[in-house]
Write a protein that binds this ligand. Structure first.
Ligand code: KE4
Length: 429
């Protein structure tokens, strides 16, 4: 039986790269089967090594708000590369990029560029610790902030809710300062704050979670979170790596109407290249080296090539704010199609959507926190994923991720996806 090019490539990749991939979720472990090797992306589509075409709803896990390789980003890159790629010295485009982020996100007064979301969140935690002189921080079960040691922590036993490492290599020492609260449960935050009075430097949250599937912070919850941080002088960090410029021009903080003290960004701000950023209140950011004592650095941070792509992406957003209405229309059309199918099939799976990020959970009850999210039937999700793939629809190879609609998904793409959704569910239920 002849094996596909993707299968051949995967076998070879596993000889040289752990698990054959450079990021675990790409290996299809959660859904079974072997990953497809992608040869190219074009608008809302990706083509694999065997020439099969898929409508792509991952968009490289969020960056491709405008689909693959949009002309205006490609043009900016080709122009920039004529002058070189990186100099390890300040360049004008870094000022333009910083000014544009400050203009688009009012809570950001100053910003530092880094090379990934992980770098952004770990730097934001260090900034908060350095600024407050405190060591502990609160994160929420189900939120993912990248792979810095002190984020790879799950709730420990007992009321103490002390973190325990989720990965070998993460030390107990690192876990000791990470406190776990429950998303959308303000009492779980109040308990931790009371038990760790004046010891908490920061609370970091995905204001719209995208890593336990999609779950929006409830209005009352996020408002009280802001109040607690004000009262306790805790730095409130919105991790907007996924939601930044995804859910609105001003990111999730504009949708929720709450200003954090620090924000982290990634994905879309790189226009498809590796870029992250953290920024916020000037009094905190001025503490970052070399203007202040809190050390933070990066060889390729703000490199002009990546800045060219990111600046092109953010400029396109600034010049075309109507894209969010367009994204809302397309995303609502898709979600309505899915909901119609579920009603036809008599299945009331939870469907959470904020703008162009959404998730269908294989559980028939509201999903508003980690505990309800993990009731989803991930085996059934795996079957659904493969049925959709067979029908040319490329979704996240894991239940607890987001589906992303782009500005270049056409009505034809959406109709094909809605039909595939119905036929796939019909097949597996
Ligand atoms: P990166 O270090 O992967 O650029 O960003 C980490 C990160 C931080 N914060 C949030 C809210 C994030 O969603 C992420 C990364 N997102 C995952 C997708 N769920 C990236 C995919 C992957 O790990 O390959």
């Amino acid at each position: 039986m002849n094996i596909s090019k993707s299968e051949k490539l995967f076998e070879e990749a596993k000889l040289y790269i752990p698990g054959g991939v450079n990021s675990p979720v790409r290996a299809f472990k959660s859904v079974g089967g072997n990953p497809l090797f992608i040869s190219r992306g074009e608008k809302g589509k990706m083509i694999d090594a065997d020439g099969n075409e898929y409508i792509d709803y991952i968009g490289s896990w969020g960056p491709h708000l405008f689909g693959h390789n949009p002309e205006f980003i490609k043009k900016a890159l080709l122009e920039s590369i004529e002058d070189g790629t990186s100099f390890g010295a300040p360049t004008e485009i870094e000022i333009k990029m910083a000014k544009l982020i400050v203009e688009l996100v009012p809570s950001v007064e100053m910003v530092r560029m880094v090379n990934s979301g992980t770098e952004a969140t770990m730097s934001a935690i260090r900034a908060a610790r350095g600024y407050t002189g405190r060591e502990k921080f609160i994160k929420f079960e189900g939120c993912y902030h990248g792979h810095a040691d002190y984020f790879l922590i799950k709730a420990g036993s007992g009321a103490l809710t002390l973190g325990v490492p989720t990965s070998p290599g993460v030390t107990k020492g690192n876990a000791a300062d990470t406190l776990l609260a429950d998303y959308n449960d303000i009492n779980s935050v109040k308990e931790l704050v009371a038990k760790n009075k004046n010891e908490i430097a920061a609370i970091i949250i995905e204001p719209i979670a995208g890593n336990m599937g999609v779950i929006k912070a409830e209005a009352e919850f996020i408002k009280e979170l802001r109040q607690i941080c004000d009262e306790e002088k805790i730095v409130l960090i919105f991790d907007e790596v996924m939601t930044g410029f995804r859910v609105s021009k001003g990111s999730a903080q504009e949708v929720l109407g709450i200003k954090p003290d620090l924000s982290t960004f990634g994905k879309i701000i790189g226009g498809g290249l590796p870029v992250g950023a953290f920024g916020g209140k000037k009094e905190i950011m001025e503490q970052i080296a070399p203007s202040g004592p809190i050390y933070q650095a990066g060889t390729l941070s703000g490199n002009p090539l990546a800045m060219a792509a990111g600046y092109a992406a953010l400029s396109h957003i600034k010049d075309n704010p109507g894209i969010y209405d367009e994204l809302e229309k397309k995303s609502l059309y898709l979600a309505d199609g899915f909901m119609h199918n579920l009603n036809e099939l008599g299945k009331h799976f939870a469907m959470n959507r904020i703008g162009s990020m959404m998730c269908m959970f294989f559980v028939e009850e509201d999903v508003k926190d980690f505990k309800t999210a993990i009731k989803s039937d991930i085996i059934l999700y795996g079957k659904y994923f493969h049925e959709m793939l067979k029908r040319g629809i490329y979704l996240a190879p894991a239940q607890f991720e987001a589906l992303f609609v782009s500005t270049v998904h056409t009505t034809e793409d959406l109709d094909k996806t809605i039909k595939a959704h119905y036929d796939s569910l019909k097949t597996i239920l």
